[in-house]
Design a protein around this ligand. Sequence first.
Ligand code: ZN
Ligand code: FE
Ligand code: FE
Ligand code: ZN
Length: 266
Amino acid sequence: MSLPADLHMHTPLCRHAVGEPVDYARQALAAGLREIGFSDHSPMARDDFDNWRMYDRQLDEYVAKVRTAQKEFPQLTIRLGLEVDFLPGHEDWIWKLAARHPWDYFIGSVHYISDGWDIDNPAKLSEWKKRDAFEVWSAYFDRLTQAAESNLFEIIGHADLPKKFGIRPAQDCTPLYEKFLNAAVKSGCAIELNTAGLRKECREIYPSRELLNLAFDRHVPITFGSDAHAPEEVGMNFSDAVALARSVGFTETLKFKQRQPESVWL
Ligand code: ZN
Ligand code: FE
Ligand code: FE
Ligand code: ZN
């Protein structure tokens, strides 16, 4: 049984990852993967929005780097994607991004719950202390629900990202998960099992088994991603992620070409 496609990895253009796409591709083959996809942090309409993404003028360079990897590793399927931040009001910008290159898929991620706070940013960890955890999780899942409803994305990234630092509300989050997943069902988007959570303080794949159970009940499709920011992270902990998905009941996973899904047995 071969490993599922790793659809979430970055490039140095985002200013916090190392290794060229060719290095990620080489590692993918060494790890036994047959398919990968790049999904670097997309530019924002304003280049000064933050400091952890490519500049708008680098979008063509990004695509060229992925094309180079495709040429050098014809034995590996390499897809072209983007990890796009969902912020309300940015929808037109995202539609325009979609028209600029023949993307295979967009991963929609929520990192910002307001224009000034990217909740997974370690430099802004003090913001968490100013707020009640459930308030933060609720605001995050409100946005994630909007992202799922937007029809802008094939995949929703790291669905329970607020657990990253291990700060969890005492309240039951099931209603937040259900609202988000019902939106995913309505628009037909998938959610990813993202193994980067295992490398963070929460020490857990995104999303949790609890959220995955609710997704399985609703037939929400899944993808897999290492969220690699260095070549050696490609495909990391994929056997754990597959074991988790299978134990929840999933028997299929999706891959994408030119924004069309294809289901494959897990
Ligand atoms: Zn990143
Ligand atoms: Fe992300
Ligand atoms: Fe990422
Ligand atoms: Zn990411």
